[in-house]
Design a protein around this ligand. Structure first.
Ligand code: ATP
Length: 605
């Protein structure tokens, strides 16, 4: 057999095409097996498997290329003029630029490439492709990445390049689950991946399908796939599900799930996607060195930001900014704070098989909390000891459903994300979402009254709704003392969910004649809309004038967020359209002042 690395990428492309168009899962799996047996040496499965499961490959860093950036790089790599029709198609891939393929970037790119590359394969091997992808990930700037892309284009045809783009975007849409691929590769592959998050190691260790692998435990330094929570509708459903168990209820903190792997002075910060967020090190490593009382351990928890002036956790979303400020030595009222809610490993022993109750005891012994920097979440201890009177508690043992309801109510009042219920007798299981942990969230609770807002713009969707407006930019009316109709509308938030397909179609059809495109080079928005310069806010189309637009009633998670993206002072965290108010005229839109009062009254300030 030839070497795996010499296999032509075109062979893999045939496999991808075949798997994609074949329906029965068993056939898809057996074709994958046949490919492994025919083309891959058992000593080197990884070279091929990493291209089949690109989202699990951690050997090369991130490419830093999402569709939008990739589009502009491809324009340069193909030497196209920025104003050419194809360049505009690529940039407008979500909209009508993509024509039939609108919303599907690899397909739009394939159309454009077809006209330039033709059908003949360039003979690229799997090894060459991996080497070039390494270069693409390590390329430090735009120019270096464009050189790699143009080399790839020279060595492939349009079909091959389309699949390479999908590999770069880490989504092959093959219609076969990662679970099935793992299972076909080796019956123990998924288990081993769950405790190591290391695809290379899985490919190297499990070469022989017939030889079973002894179940491996977790190790310090290797990310573990996190235990997850199952969603439940209300406190009663949660209580029923955990019937007869000893239950702890905890606040669901709204930060980044991070596993701390401490091995002496060496600390890793693994995220949910198994990436090592070493940028947290500057702010946290000394604290972990001093306040974790053992040399080796794994903690599971949430990285958050603590506001020292307000004496509370800051809103979601500022972790990176605060980590950067700490690196640059900038003074701030806000600091990173790690809340450990579990412990998985102590010294040289994995403790995931012990009960949560036992793990809580170990957490108390191993971690010395430091207010606002390192906290532990255990019942009747940890964060609770820092609680000022009157503040809700963060974790308690629930004896009945009323305890759960009361805790949930306090969470809502405190504007936290929700609660997690855990079976205190359960072990910690990688990647498990079978119901040992349950989450209950106060989503879409009305903000006291309906928020009736005006549609001022639209965003094109992707996938199924590619080429059609699928989300709206909505606005509040500018407040005025007089009873006159509002003259200006202030951008407020972006909302897409809540309506059925038919309802959404009806709104889009009604407004379509008044869509005004926002094209390159940028046109200013209509003057009666007040917006920011933030590019995340920019809709693809504006509504020509407020008088012909529609009012939407929206609901949201009870929490509002201070807005940097939109022109109004606050925005909504998880907005959702409740209904279209065809009955309400445009000028009865909620005004900014009334909204701010609503926010303040629901905050109790
Ligand atoms: P969500 O968007 O609701 O966070 P998810 O899919 O990211 O959902 P889930 O498994 O559903 O994750 O919910 C668990 C997540 O909640 C964890 O990944 C963690 O980031 C977060 N979390 C916050 N507080 C806790 C807690 N006390 N115990 C467990 N997880 C918590």
């Amino acid at each position: 057999m030839a070497k795996t690395e010499d296999v032509k990428f075109s062979v893999l492309v045939s496999l991808f095409n075949w798997i994609q168009k074949t329906k029965p899962p068993a056939k898809k799996r057996s074709k994958f097996r046949k490919f492994l047996d025919t083309y891959c040496e058992s000593t080197d499965y990884f070279t091929a498997v990493r291209l089949i499961l690109p989202s699990l490959d951690r050997e090369r860093g991130s490419y830093g290329l999402k569709e939008h950036v990739l589009a502009t790089y491809l324009v340069d790599a193909l030497g196209m003029s920025k104003d050419s029709q194809d360049a505009i198609r690529l940039k407008n891939w979500r909209k009508d630029g993509g024509a039939n393929n609108a919303g599907n970037f690899p397909m739009v790119a394939a159309e454009v490439l077809q006209r330039r590359q033709g059908m003949i394969s360039g003979g690229l091997t799997i090894k060459e492709l991996n080497d070039l992808l390494d270069l693409l990930a390590s390329g430090e700037n735009r120019a270096e990445k464009i050189v790699v892309l143009s080399t790839l284009i020279k060595k492939t045809n349009a079909q091959e390049m389309k699949w390479i783009i999908m590999i770069i975007l880490k989504d092959l849409k093959l219609g076969i689950s990662e679970k099935s691929i793992f299972h076909e590769f080796h019956p123990d592959a998924e288990d081993l991946f769950n405790v190591t998050c290391d695809l290379k190691l899985v490919c190297e260790k499990l070469r022989d399908r017939r030889q079973r692998h002894k179940r491996q435990d977790i190790e310090v330094g290797k990310a573990v796939r996190p235990q997850l929570a199952m969603r439940v509708g209300d406190a009663h459903a949660a209580w029923k599900k955990l019937h007869g168990k000893e239950v702890v209820v905890e606040c669901k903190f709204d930060g980044d799930r991070i596993q701390i792997h401490k091995n002496g002075a060496d600390v890793h910060y693994f995220s949910r996607n198994y990436l090592d967020h070493s940028e947290y090190g500057h702010a946290m490593s000394t604290i972990f060195a001093q306040n974790i009382l053992v040399d080796r351990c794994i903690l599971d928890g949430e990285m958050l930001v603590w506001d020292t002036s307000l004496n509370r956790f800051a809103e979601f979303g500022s972790n990176q900014e605060i980590a950067k400020a700490a690196r640059e030595g900038l003074a701030s009222d806000r600091q990173l704070c790690y809340v450990a809610f579990d412990i998985l490993y102590v010294r040289d022993t994995s403790i995931i098989h012990q009960s949560l109750k036992e793990r809580h005891e170990l957490l108390r012994k191993v971690v010395k909390p430091l207010k606002g920097r390192l906290e532990i979440l255990v019942p009747n201890g940890g964060l609770n000891t820092h609680r000022t009177p009157g503040e809700p508690c963060w974790s308690l043992i629930a004896h009945n459903v009323d305890d759960v309801e009361k805790f949930f109510k306090e969470t809502i009042e405190n504007r936290d994300e929700g609660i997690v219920l855990k079976d205190l007798g359960s072990k910690w299981e990688p990647s498990d979402r079978s119901g040992k942990w349950l989450k209950l969230k106060p989503d879409y609770v009305r903000c006291g009254s309906d928020l009736d807002v005006l549609i001022i713009g639209g965003y094109y969707g992707s996938g199924r709704r590619g080429g059609e407006v699928a989300q709206f930019l909505v606005a509040l009316a500018e407040s005025s003392a007089s009873k006159a109709y509002p003259r200006r509308f202030i951008s407020f938030c972006r909302v897409g969910t809540g309506l059925s397909d038919e309802e959404l179609d009806a709104v889009v059809t009604k407004l379509k004649p008044y869509f005004r495109k926002y094209e390159y080079p940028k046109k200013a928005p209509p003057t009666f809309y007040q917006v920011t310069n933030n590019s995340k806010e920019r809709p693809d189309v504006w509504i020509e004038s407020p008088e012909i637009s529609l009012i939407l009633s929206i609901t949201s998670d009870i929490r509002t967020i201070r807005s940097e993206v939109f022109a109004a002072p606050y925005s909504l965290r998880f907005p959702r359209i409740d209904k279209v108010r065809y009955d309400k005229p445009w000028h009865e839109c909620l005004d900014v002042q009334s909204f701010v009062e609503l926010v303040h009254s629901s905050n109790g300030t």
